[in-house]
Design a protein around this ligand. Structure first.
Ligand SMILES: *[C@@H]1O[C@H](CO)[C@@H](O)[C@H](O)[C@H]1NC(C)=O
Length: 472
């Protein structure tokens, strides 16, 4: 656009002096006849120049306002979510740096299930809306080490054996029963185990794993990946069909050689989550072995069965690293050590807030935080020195709190508000709550700071019970 406009300019400029030359050389002989001609030529020239300038201005204006992805965006996403919100005059509300409405995102359907994402995309065209783009950009700009996805697997469906090149994976099973396989040590150790709702899985980077739904209802996995770039994944079937037949035959040495390899048929549909219609014909005998605990617990944690940390307004449970295994049983220690041994692993936890309970303002010194609402509803506040941004949350929403960001969460409906949370540390999480840092500050320092009598600060009570989650 800009180049062609520039070229037009160049064509116009030389024509002015050249037409002037014509006028001077011919004007000597027939002055009166040529003066009319001259007026005509000047007018014509003026017309051409005016038109060209007009075209130039229009093309420049168009070039600066044109946004390629704005055109393919579905109409539904263009209307602001809350028309009454005064901030909605801006094209994208500030809150979408911290909030992703995952339940509204694109559903990637497969024969055996579906996947949805809250993530960063390299290509802006891959975002469905400017709100999604704001969230993805925020994850990447904060170097968050966070990508979130939901994985739904139908009964008997299989998440194909695969691995990720650039991220560890931590998952929470919200619903269903699955059988997991994990292959490590160059294939010499295969660890398999069952996982049920409320339990946690952990797959380190580059470790092959599969997930099979062995129950009758859908499985719903809530998955955190430790990258803020695009996740890089390789499925075993995809790489198999990309391998030359003779190379596959020589590697596997099957009966029938390359002719046997040729009998494999690549399906038209992506089999990332697979479920052949004739599964009963194909599979005649299946065993779901459980490996010994010493292997299993490196990649598994019974979060639901772990210690409950109870507060007046709710409960927190943890799948995390503890120095010297403090407060953990033998199996939990195996998981704790496994987290700590892997680079960039996550701390997971469930946060349950009773109706009207408040997870009071706090922040984390050593981790970004991401959370997904499993049930209930509430209000989240992000406190910065410029003020507070707050927004409502419900089932299927994803929130992101960058390291050091002070935030609070209030439960606002009749049902408990339940979150699965992930923190980007494989060490112990460091947190500071509002009441703790106020109480820790000497009252005469507070008096001086807030222009308020020292005795007034006696009005802020201390409780024996930790008020991390409180009730009025
Ligand atoms: C794992 O689940 C399968 C399928 O439901 C079941 O047959 C098997 O007994 C389970 N194993 C254990 C150890 O619970």
């Amino acid at each position: 656009m800009e180049n062609s406009a520039f070229e037009m300019h160049e064509n116009v400029l030389p024509s002015t002096p050249s037409s002037g030359k014509v006028n001077i050389s011919t004007g000597l002989e027939k002055k009166s006849q040529w003066s009319l001609m001259r007026i005509f030529l000047v007018c014509l020239l003026a017309c051409i120049i005016t038109t060209l300038i007009g075209v130039l201005i229009l093309s420049l204006v168009y070039a600066s306002t044109y946004r390629p992805y704005a055109n393919i965006k579905p109409e539904a996403h263009r209307t602001p979510e809350t028309p009454t919100d005064p901030k909605s005059e801006n094209p994208v509300d500030f809150k979408f740096q911290f909030l992703n409405r995952l339940h509204k995102s694109k559903v990637f359907e497969f024969p055996g299930g579906a996947i949805q994402w809250a993530r960063y995309r390299n290509n802006l065209k891959d975002y469905l809306s400017v709100e999604e783009e704001a969230f993805g950009t925020s994850l990447n700009r904060q170097r968050s080490h966070m990508t979130f996805g939901t994985l739904r697997i139908k009964s008997n469906g299989l998440r194909a054996p695969h691995w990720h090149f650039n991220a560890n994976e931590h998952g929470y099973l919200a619903q269903g029963t699955a059988w997991i396989g994990v292959v490590d040590d160059g294939g010499s150790v295969v660890t398999t185990y069952n996982v049920t709702a409320g339990q946690v899985i952990f797959f380190p980077k580059n470790i092959l794993h599969w997930i099979k739904n062995v129950g009758t209802e859908d499985c719903l996995f809530l998955l955190f990946f430790t990258t803020h770039e695009e996740l890089q994944t390789l499925d075993v079937d995809d790489v198999f069909f990309s391998t030359p037949e003779d190379i596959a035959a020589r590697s596997l040495k099957p009966q029938g050689g390359v002719n046997f390899i040729r009998t494999f048929q690549k399906q038209e549909e992506d089999q990332a989550v697979n479920l052949p219609p004739n599964l009963a014909e194909l599979v005649t005998k299946a065993s779901y072995l459980q490996s010994p605990d010493s292997l299993v617990w490196r990649y598994f944690y019974d979060l639901k069965g772990s210690k409950e940390f109870r507060f007046p307004g709710g409960i927190i449970q943890w799948a995390r690293y503890r120095k010297n295994g403090d407060g953990l049983n033998v199996n939990e220690k195996i998981f704790s050590e496994s987290l700590n041994q892997h680079e960039n692993s996550l701390t997971l936890g469930t946060l349950r807030i009773y109706t009207n309970g408040l997870r009071q303002p706090h922040f984390h010194f050593n981790a970004n935080e991401m959370g997904y609402v499993i049930s209930g509803c509430g209000k989240v506040g992000i406190i910065s020195t410029q003020g507070t941004t707050d927004f409502n949350i419900g089932i299927g929403d994803v929130v992101f709190f960058p390291i050091g960001t002070q935030h609070y969460i209030k439960s606002t409906c009749d049902e408990d508000l339940l979150f699965i949370l992930a923190f980007t540390t494989g060490n112990q999480l460091q947190t500071l709550d509002l009441d703790d840092y106020i109480h820790a500050t000497a009252d005469h320092i507070l008096a001086q700071l807030f222009f308020k009598k020292q005795s007034e600060f006696k009005k802020i009570p201390k409780f024996t019970e930790d008020q991390a989650i409180n009730l009025p």
